[in-house]
Design a protein around this ligand. Structure first.
Ligand code: PMP
Length: 338
């Protein structure tokens, strides 16, 4: 008999899929690491479990404790699965920018969800950073996960995602492209791949409204770079500990519109029903096309599933209201017509 002891045993070992139409202009082989095959439908299952295991091991998380985290949804889902199996309570602090589906899904797997405003400074007591910290202080036997600065996040990707990419490409990977939020995915994978082959180049995908690209290029944390944006999952108004800038060769920024349109294209052209940050990742990869030659093997990671964006990216009215479906592109099918 072949079965997992519980749902946590199905995390990882996600497939790699060759991209064909959407990357037709790229001379290299482009492979997508499709992370929605994880049980919580995102890459974040890996780091959520790792953060919990490491906290159990050193006593930060005690039996029957309450896990508290500020999460845009995917980390919350990963934490929820682990909390169910391991017997912890979970409080997720989320911003009002996040899709309703994400909040409903978190509640469905037993999390208590606290919603905070998006457009306040991180230091504002109403911000989701501040609210999470305060809840952790006030909740007996509470543990604040802090995925931004908790280095178990990077470690999970160093131990799992990096080796999987190396093995699945027979060590032939030359470039890795991925959206950056907490930085755990890019830093963990970059560390592993560059240890195996220092010539591997790693590119981060950033959003307009986030500080990463400017910081990498100038070393300046420029507050003028910070403004609200629509793309979910990537970009930050802080510099998380998990972003290891030394391991990242560069960033490219993708607009909200492009991220949304290319998410739709991935579904229509490749059959990959992926989330908003995956659209940003593939558009960013196309922006970087001059960096890739015919012998290169470029791996792009798609963090999550389109199912969490059915009310937004995959809703024509929502897209049209924001001007993301313009005159020539009035309905989804038009995205793939000549
Ligand atoms: N895409 C999505 C959908 C995410 O939830 C996240 C995590 N915030 C990311 C990309 C970025 O991954 P990381 O936090 O590892 O940088």
């Amino acid at each position: 008999m072949k079965y997992a002891e519980n749902i946590l045993g199905t995390i990882g070992n996600t497939p790699m899929v060759k991209l064909n139409k959407i990357t037709a202009e790229i001379p290299a082989l482009v492979l997508a690491k499709v992370e929605y095959f994880n049980p919580g439908q995102s890459c974040k299952d890996r780091m959520a479990l790792k953060m919990i295991e490491d906290a159990e091991a050193d006593g930060r998380l005690k039996p029957g404790g309450t896990i508290i985290e500020g999460t845009s949804g995917n980390t919350g889902m990963g934490l929820a699965l682990a909390a169910i199996i391991k017997g912890y309570k979970l409080i997720c602090v989320i911003t009002d920018k996040q899709s309703k589906e994400k909040m409903d899904i978190l509640r469905a797997v037993g999390a208590k969800v606290v919603v905070c405003p998006t457009d306040v400074e991180p230091t504002d007591p109403r911000s989701y950073y501040s609210v999470s910290r305060k809840l952790a202080e006030e909740t007996p036997n509470g543990w604040y996960v802090n995925q931004y600065d908790n280095l178990s996040n990077t470690k999970a990707n160093y131990e799992q995602t990096g080796p999987e990419i190396w093995d699945q490409t027979d060590g032939k990977v030359t470039h890795f492209v991925v959206g950056v939020g907490t930085g755990g995915t890019i830093s963990g994978v970059a560390k592993y791949l560059k240890e195996k082959n220092p010539n591997v180049k790693v590119w981060g995908i950033d959003t307009y409204g986030s500080v990463f690209k400017k910081y990498k290029e100038t070393g300046i944390f420029d507050e003028n770079e910070i403004y609200s944006y629509v793309t979910e999952g990537i970009g930050e108004d802080i510099l998380p500990e998990n972003v290891n800038f030394d391991l990242i060769d560069g960033f490219t920024k993708v607009t909200d519109k492009d991220a949304a349109v290319y998410t739709r294209k991935l579904a229509l052209e490749e059959g990959l029903f992926v989330g908003n940050s995956s659209g940003a990742a593939i558009k960013g990869l196309l922006q970087l096309k001059d960096k890739f030659g015919p012998d290169d093997v470029v791996v792009v990671l798609f963090h999550d599933s389109g199912s969490r964006y059915v009310g937004k990216i995959f809703n024509d009215d929502w897209m049209r209201e924001r001007g993301y479906l313009d005159d020539e592109i009035t309905k989804a099918e038009d995205l793939i017509q000549d």
